[in-house]
Design a protein around this ligand. Structure first.
Ligand SMILES: [Zn+2]
Length: 171
């Protein structure tokens, strides 16, 4: 299981970098096979640079035909995480929103919960609205065989009328 990485430990490592490989199921993330991948976290003084790649097989529901199908998920992600003490005073609303959108932050004495970090990114990278195959036609509605195409019915009526009363020559 992936253990959280202490920022203070990370600073002691060569190049301030830790590389890890993993192969495990993530609680709360359903996959058919363990999620397998690697991650790299570097301490860059005022921020952390984290990147990872992972693959697994997940079961998705086709958005066209609603059938379930297995999909090989292959993801890569990276993130910059600010290192700073939580600000004692709340930030102005604008700044706060902007901060949240762009960056996560951790206190210098904190630790990066890598398992949770990967878990969150797996969820973000889950494909939405994926068809089971590129040419999936969606839900096929069966039509009764005896139902006649209305165009053929019209043509049949016209043919019958022509037989009864042949077209007259133009005057
Ligand atoms: Zn489908």
């Amino acid at each position: 299981m992936l253990k959280p990485i202490r920022l203070s430990d990370l600073r002691q490592l060569p190049q301030h970098t830790q590389e890890l490989e993993f192969k495990q199921f993530f609680q709360g993330f359903e996959s058919l096979t363990p999620v397998e991948g690697s991650l790299q976290v570097s301490h860059r003084g005022h921020f952390l640079e984290a990147s990872a790649q992972a693959q697994t097989i997940v079961t998705l529901t086709c958005h066209r035909c609603l059938q379930q199908f297995n999909h090989r998920l292959n993801v890569e992600f990276e993130e910059i995480i600010l290192i700073r003490d939580p600000s004692p005073e709340p930030l102005p609303l604008e700044l706060e929103l902007k901060d949240e959108e762009l960056l996560e932050s951790l206190p210098p004495s904190g630790e990066l919960d890598v398992e949770d970090w990967i878990y969150q990114h797996l969820h973000l990278e889950m494909p939405r609205q994926l068809p089971c195959r590129p040419d999936c036609e969606g839900i096929v509605v069966e039509t009764p065989q005896e139902q006649v195409d209305p165009r053929w019915a019209a043509l049949g009526a016209l043919a019958a009328r022509l037989q009864q009363a042949p077209l007259k020559d133009s005057p």
